[in-house]
Design a protein around this ligand. Sequence first.
Ligand SMILES: Cc1cc2nc3c(=O)[nH]c(=O)nc-3n(C[C@H](O)[C@H](O)[C@H](O)COP(=O)(O)OP(=O)(O)OC[C@H]3O[C@@H](n4cnc5c(N)ncnc54)[C@H](O)[C@@H]3O)c2cc1C
Length: 288
Amino acid sequence: MHAVVCLKQVPDTTEVKIDPSTGTLVRAGVPSIVNPYDAHALEAALRLKDQFGGKVTVVSMGPPQASQALKKAVSLGADEAILLTDRVFAGSDTLATSYILTQALLKLAEKDPIDVVFCGKMAIDGDTGQVGPGIATRLDYEQLTYVSDIGKLDAEKREITVWRALGDGKEQVKTRLPALLTVTDEVNDVRYGSFPDQVRAARYEPITWTKDDLHLDLARCGLKGSPTTVSKVFTPQARVKRQTDLIPDGLEKPGEAAEAMAAKLFGLPPVKKGIAEGRALAKEVAGR
Ligand SMILES: Cc1cc2nc3c(=O)[nH]c(=O)nc-3n(C[C@H](O)[C@H](O)[C@H](O)COP(=O)(O)OP(=O)(O)OC[C@H]3O[C@@H](n4cnc5c(N)ncnc54)[C@H](O)[C@@H]3O)c2cc1C
């Protein structure tokens, strides 16, 4: 079984900043992580290897520092990691990204035919969810998107059965191999790497492929091959914290806060005052 995982290194989204003058992501000094959905994609591939043997290859297109994400994949159990990096690839939109990844997968398949390709359902920075289906279409593989459970893989019949997450339910789908799956984070729990794999990863250097290693039409790569135009990138304004004067600041006891709120809403007197007034009224009534 040869499973290939497409894995993207993404900025840790809680830390993303946008340069207001250029409208582009400020990547310098921003910590990078493996796209979380891709960690689940890798886990799914590793489970197939645990069950059927074979190998797991991880592929990432990105700048040289994306090799860190690949080393992380090796520390979790991936056998081989390929970094696609070249200046010509910079600025690729989803069309160009899926084209370049497809050409890399075709090269891999020449040596070791591929049974399953795993992708995340989306990258948390680009967020389009287009790259997986883009690769499946180009490779003419069956595509199963939003996979939330891998039911069964029948290696003899070369069939895979999965559950797909729909907005309001799940559907079970069976198809033939080779297939490309995009997975959600429900599909599995990601493992911790074993000690031997971590040691291996520390010494491992991913294989690097540049434009010269692939059969590429350079007009379909990078900015040249990217028809998408980003007209504007901006950080939405932080929501204004809603002010409320129902409960004045400084009232920590729930009773006091409730009294203050009742007074504002219904013009009710504070409870103690209300009780005192009530007693006086009761006495007066009793004395009549
Ligand atoms: C004009 C333009 C210029 C851009 N320039 C850059 C740039 O210079 N640098 C940059 O990082 N982004 C750039 N982008 C963003 C880039 O297009 C997307 O990040 C990329 O195409 C993937 O799309 P996505 O993030 O929406 O992935 P999705 O389609 O949401 O990803 C789905 C899955 O596909 C796989 N995948 C996606 N991207 C990769 C990858 N690179 N390697 C391996 N697997 C992957 C993963 O399994 C992922 O979970 C640019 C976009 C545009 C429109």
